[in-house]
Design a protein around this ligand. Structure first.
Ligand SMILES: *Cc1c(COP(=O)(O)O)cnc(C)c1O
Length: 452
């Protein structure tokens, strides 16, 4: 016999203007009780709460899908995984197994990629800060160094001259793509001729080998057309290099920034309805690149520095209800055990948050707070949720990008991170932190050791 449904008392809900619109009210979150077939309850009972969970299957499928879309539009494509988006070893390894190179923006990320077995020549070294030691290592290991500014160019010239080395370099170019504010703090500007200056200086130095051009025009880009404009501008530079110096570039690197399906705070419609698809980004980029008047076998390799769009929907944060209360306004408040220290992206995303169990159909507007004793610890200040009891669970979705790199140990430690493997097993990929972990880094001066 079917289990008897739980009794729910009738309730009267106050409706606020703006909640209803011609698309109807937002559907109440339906329960999300498992991830790739593994029950949320089981994950939490084995690994604790809060808990980050990644899906190996989803990562691989995102990568394969995006690669197929680009490769059907342009003949030569190479992905490089953006480490800062998520540099957990297990995550990077999945991308590397799928053929991605590494894209790093710091020396420690560079070393992390090397320790994972990525060859120097398959590392793209970006970013405004590369120490002299880091540059020397990258030059020796044949990494692709993307120069950010003239001072870095001079430093590379100094190092290579002093030690008689050859460096493989590209420049990062910034430009007006019709998206404002412009991202002009990284790289050399296209419109004012700075990029062309940098190119000429590189080509006039025998220790530097110009192998490519790079741009990364922004993050969470809502316009595919901006990529076409950017590709056209890099193509103009590549054409100039061919015409004036008779040099064919190995690659054009269009960066990352493709929007994922997270909905921005203040964005009215869900992301799925407003964000361009990977197909549209790929169409825009290949259209721009095909403006190059070259034979097909002379066309540069297209590199993409893939980030959030390939990982966001493969990450979940599981959390447990600690308490229910009413704010003085009458608004319902739910306190959960995951705080904003674990969910940096809550500052710009309206995450999809679903109950992990059947909790009834009546929903009520609620504010969701974390466990930190800080007023800012609010995960969502207006979300429709059914009644939840202490001890029940919520699943915060689309947290694969940036949350496990920008998280911090603040009041609470960072929790376990697991991966649901393709075969249905669950592997711990980062151990939760504890007091010993914290104290291991601290040093207390002798005369402060005794507390009377
Ligand atoms: C952060 C970054 C990326 C990845 O950006 P997403 O928005 O995560 O796609 C790619 N390239 C560079 C240079 C970056 O700094």
């Amino acid at each position: 016999m079917a289990e008897k449904k739980k009794y729910e008392r009738p309730i009267i809900t106050k409706h606020y203007s703006g909640l209803m619109n011609k698309f109807g009210s937002r559907a109440a979150a339906s329960p999300k009780s498992e991830i790739d077939g593994v029950p949320i309850k089981k994950l939490i009972s084995e690994f604790g709460s809060p808990l980050f969970v990644f899906s190996e299957r989803q990562i691989r499928s995102n990568q394969r899908n995006a690669l197929r879309i680009f490769k059907t539009r342009y003949p030569k494509v190479q992905f490089a995984w953006s480490y800062k988006t998520n540099y957990l070893n297990a995550i990077c390894s999945v991308f590397h197994q799928e053929g991605s190179w590494a894209e790093v923006v710091s020396e420690f990320e560079y070393d992390k990629a090397r320790r994972l077995g990525v060859k120097g020549e398959n590392i793209i070294f970006n970013g405004p800060h590369k120490s002299k030691e880091a540059l020397l290592k990258a030059i020796n290991e044949k990494a692709k160094i993307h120069i950010d500014h003239f001072d870095e160019l001079y430093e590379i010239i100094e190092i290579t001259t002093e030690m008689n080395l050859k460096a493989n370099v590209a420049i990062r170019v910034n430009m007006d793509t019709g998206i404002y504010p412009k991202w002009d703090r990284f790289g050399f500007n296209y419109e004012n001729g700075e990029a062309w200056q940098a190119i000429k200086r590189i080509l006039s130095n025998k220790n530097l080998k110009l192998i490519g051009l790079h741009t990364h025009i922004g993050t969470y880009m809502m316009s595919a057309d901006a990529y076409k404009i950017a590709a056209s501008k890099l193509v103009n530079l590549a054409r100039g290099i061919k015409d004036e110096f008779d040099l064919l570039l190995e690659y054009i690197d269009m960066g990352g920034g493709f929007a994922s399906h997270n909905t921005l705070l203040g964005q009215y419609l869900p992301a799925e309805e407003v964000v361009p698809s990977i197909e549209q980004f790929a169409d825009a980029i290949s259209t721009g690149l095909f403006e190059l008047p070259l034979k097909i076998d002379e066309m540069p390799l297209l590199i993409l520095e893939t980030g959030r769009a390939l990982i966001d929907d493969a990450g979940y944060l599981l959390t447990t209800v600690l308490a229910n209360k009413r704010l003085s306004t009458g608004q319902r408040a739910i306190i959960v055990d995951a705080g904003v220290n674990l969910l940096f992206t809550s500052f710009w995303y309206k995450h999809r948050i679903s109950p992990a169990q059947e909790s009834g159909i009546h929903v009520e507007d609620a504010a969701l707070f974390g466990p930190l004793c800080m007023n800012i610890d609010c995960l969502s200040d207006g979300i429709l949720l059914p009644a939840l009891k202490k001890g029940e669970h919520l699943v915060i979705e689309y947290v694969g990008a940036y949350d496990t790199t920008q998280w911090m140990q603040f009041i609470m430690m960072r929790p376990n991170v697991v991966m649901v493997m393709e075969d249905g097993t669950v592997e711990l990929i980062r151990k939760s932190e504890d007091l010993d972990y914290l104290l291991d880094r601290e040093v207390i001066p002798d005369n402060l050791k005794s507390v009377k």
